[in-house]
Design a protein around this ligand. Sequence first.
Ligand code: SF4
Ligand code: SF4
Length: 322
Amino acid sequence: MTSKKKIALYWCSSCGGCEESVLDLAEDILMVAEKADIVFWPIALDFKYKDVEALDDREIAVTLINGCIRMDEHEEKVRLLRKKSEVLMAHGSCAHLGGLYGLGNFFERQDLLDRSYKEVPTMNNPDGTLPQSQTMESGRELKLAGFQDRVRALNQVADVDYYIPGCPPTPELIKDAIVMTLEGRLPPKGSVLADTKALCDTCPRRDSRPEKLRIKAFKRLHQTVWDPARCFLDQGLICLGPATRGGCRGRCIQANMPCRGCFGPTDHVADQGAKSLSFLASMIDSTDEQELERIMDSIPDPAGLFYRYSLPTSMLKGKVSK
Ligand code: SF4
Ligand code: SF4
């Protein structure tokens, strides 16, 4: 009988990028396999749910779950894995904050189904059939996981011990999280396993960011050639670095792309979108109402920009149901 600790990985509503980020551990995955047995990982290993059910409660040392909760099946499996795990980690911004799919909360469930299965130009569905949880086919009952009303983050369904931020997180953060668990040196429960300060603090362009920024119009990526060494905000391009937790090693900035906020808010900020809006508003160089309107109109999708990763866990939460 092996004395190695056990690890599990699971995905809920996920694009697969967080799973890729585990594969990006490359040879470090061998180090993980040396220290621990992976007992459940649907994308890579052929273990079944019944194998997890057969484990003792809290027998898994750590489970990493990525993706948001949208289907009944996700909720059910998360509850099972919570019961079987000593430590549960939200892996990636979808599990941490609701993530990109959380923007679906700006719409009602029925709107989403109608759009996907009836209205999109490429859909051929003359009877307007929508997915059902139960269907009779040739006298047999078929079951599909139910599509829930809202997107939820992992901690809105289960007790989460730690959060690995990012869309997706860096392999270094994932490795550190696993090693810290196996070596029993985790920080206090509830910690986000990345920097505590905002990205601007460690950004390679921070020295070019002026003390006081004055913005007359927001530009967009395709409108000019960006100076690869100068702060994006100083060039009039929206960068959410001031309202976003650091720890990503400035991957986007180094690729000459502004920060879009995937690491979520810092420890003392409750709502990343509100914080982003507030720091941008403080930089606008005008008091004229019409000009202010013109400047704000130069942001094409403010809600989508400011709440890109965090709508379900924000104060807004999404569209209020009728
Ligand atoms: S956090 Fe990003 S990479 Fe991970 S599942 Fe969500 S969308 Fe994909
Ligand atoms: S605003 Fe963006 S580019 Fe400027 S210092 Fe902060 S993270 Fe870097």
